[in-house]
Design a protein. Structure first.
Length: 512
């Protein structure tokens, strides 16, 4: 054998080996990609916990600034930034909550992490703190607490402008005596920044829960087009027991619902989670709330409205809103005199407006905020999904078919799918994609009001963000593993070796 011919065998074998390795690596890469997709899908379903955990019993929790103008909040209020208020507002009309700072005789009904902006409040404003609750203020700049009157007599505590007299306006007025030095400065009682980072993670995680509730019309028949409800729709929801009932809506769909009726009452073990997608309007949503008849007062604490991507929500009109508003990214502006029954979890808040306060040109009185804490446990773990018709792929039988028409009998064998499909149906809402992380591990839910306990700086629970399932063939981007680079290198090397081998063979033939 000529020397050039002797080179052909190892070169050809090397090329073949290179191509085999490349094919093997490519196969392993595909398998790894599918496993990653399956892991993401499984993680999206593994969601369990009370989303308002960390609120410490406050019914209204605001990360940044708040303006309180409307009428009242029947429960306690916690504000991370500054507070301004209008001509009259009541806090904790019926319940002062359970957040009690060490050595205090009463729970804190109003907590302000920043300062009381008395100069930016209504000139004749009086905000009353009732139910014998206390006030905690992080920064006393521009204000001072007075627990004695001009004659030095012990009186119910007022917070007035710095240097002003006991009955000066604007002021915060307590219904009991609180020692002045316990009012403030009292910074850091709740870490609002960490808490709301966690709330935003939870809002996105709940948005991955698959829909398992069908919208029915007034006759109890499923709407033929669930995605395009006609304006003024009367919608009924048949809830299931023992699971989290999940409904995904766009903002347009929600505003087309004039009446929303649940046919079975939500419970702490079978709550109703409504996820509202506002991406079509870039996070800005004007809400005309639906009428919600036949919802028992004992069930309101098991209804939650999740706005994972909303940044600006205006409640413009509508009926009393039943359930918790969970919009940790959003500024909420309530211009509707109808009431809200449930928690309010928002980035910033205008509960009504008054001319001259926070730049408002007109006055709008918001309704009352009734104290119905969310006490249910939301879980997407193995949530049953609304069944849909799914085609079945069957393998051909060994015998030739006797007729071109399909038979009614079920096929005797079923071909296994060529690729593993994700284990969950992806949610209909659009959520910002995140990289795969360990699934959330929520371990507790508040089924009763928490007991009084000394307050400390409360870091938010560090729960990892939920991952999102990307359907096979979709537009999701997976992390770069380097396997594809190796595949390309081996393939190019193999091809080059084949070319060299062919050249050597041609040269050998010429020499013969």
């Amino acid at each position: 054998m000529p020397s050039t011919s002797r080179l052909l065998v190892p070169l050809t074998l090397a090329a073949a080996a290179g191509l085999m390795v490349a094919a093997t690596v490519d196969s392993r890469t595909a398998t790894g990609v599918q496993r990653a997709l399956d892991a993401q899908a499984a993680s999206a379903r593994a969601f369990t916990g009370n989303p308002v955990e960390g609120s410490r019993g406050f019914g209204v929790v605001v990360e940044e600034d708040a303006v309180l103008v409307g009428t009242e909040s029947e429960g306690p209020v916690a504000i991370g930034g500054d507070l301004r208020f209008g001509p009259g507002y009541n806090v904790s009309l019926s319940d002062a909550g359970s957040f009690t700072v060490a050595d205090d005789a009463q729970p804190t009904a109003l907590l302000v992490g920043g300062k009381i902006d008395l100069g930016g409040s209504s000139p004749n404003g009086v905000l009353k703190v009732l139910s014998h609750g206390y006030v905690k203020i992080g920064d006393l700049a521009g204000s001072r607490p007075l627990a004695v009157d001009g004659n030095g007599a012990r009186v119910n505590t007022h917070v007035v402008p710095a240097g002003a007299a006991y009955d000066a306006v604007p002021r915060i007025e307590l219904a009991r005596h609180q020692p002045a030095d316990s009012v403030g400065p009292a910074p850091g009682l709740i870490d609002f920044t960490s808490l709301f980072a966690t709330y935003r993670t939870r809002a996105e995680a709940m948005a991955t829960c698959p829909t398992n509730v069908t919208m029915l019309d007034g006759n109890g028949t499923a709407y033929p087009d669930q995605q395009n409800l006609p304006p003024g729709s009367a919608v009924k929801l048949a809830l299931r027991s023992g699971v989290t009932n999940v409904l995904h809506l766009t903002g347009a769909q929600l505003n087309n619902i004039a009446e929303l009726q649940v046919l079975a009452q939500p419970t702490p073990t079978a709550p109703l989670l409504i996820v509202v997608d506002t991406t079509a309007t870039r996070g800005v949503f004007t809400w005309n709330t639906p009428n919600m008849p036949a919802l028992d007062k004992t069930s309101i604490g098991s209804v939650l409205w999740d706005f994972p991507d909303a940044t600006d929500i205006t409640i413009a009109s509508g009926d009393t809103l039943e359930g918790t508003i969970y919009a940790p990214r959003a500024h909420l502006r309530d211009l509707d005199p109808s009431n809200t029954e449930g928690d309010i979890i928002v980035r910033s808040l205008e509960e009504g407006t008054a001319a001259g306060i926070a730049g408002a040109e007109t006055s709008h009185s918001a309704g009352e905020v009734h104290y119905f804490p969310f006490e249910a446990k939301v879980s997407c773990m193995d949530t049953p999904v609304t069944p849909t018709a799914t085609p079945t792929t069957t393998a051909p039988t060994s015998a030739a078919p006797t007729s071109a028409a399909p038979t009614t009998a079920a096929p005797t064998t079923t071909a296994p799918p060529t690729t593993a499909a994700p284990s969950t149906t992806p949610p209909t809402t659009s959520v910002r994609p995140t990289t795969a992380k360990p699934r959330p591990t929520w371990s507790s839910s508040r089924t009763a009001k928490p007991s009084r306990q000394p307050a400390t700086t409360v870091p938010a629970p560090v729960w990892p963000a939920a991952t999102h399932s990307t359907p096979t063939g979709g537009s999701g981007h997976l992390a770069h593993s380097g396997a594809s680079d190796l595949t390309r290198v081996l393939a190019v090397t193999g091809a080059a070796l084949l070319v060299v081998g062919a050249s050597v063979m041609a040269l050998a033939r010429r020499r013969r």
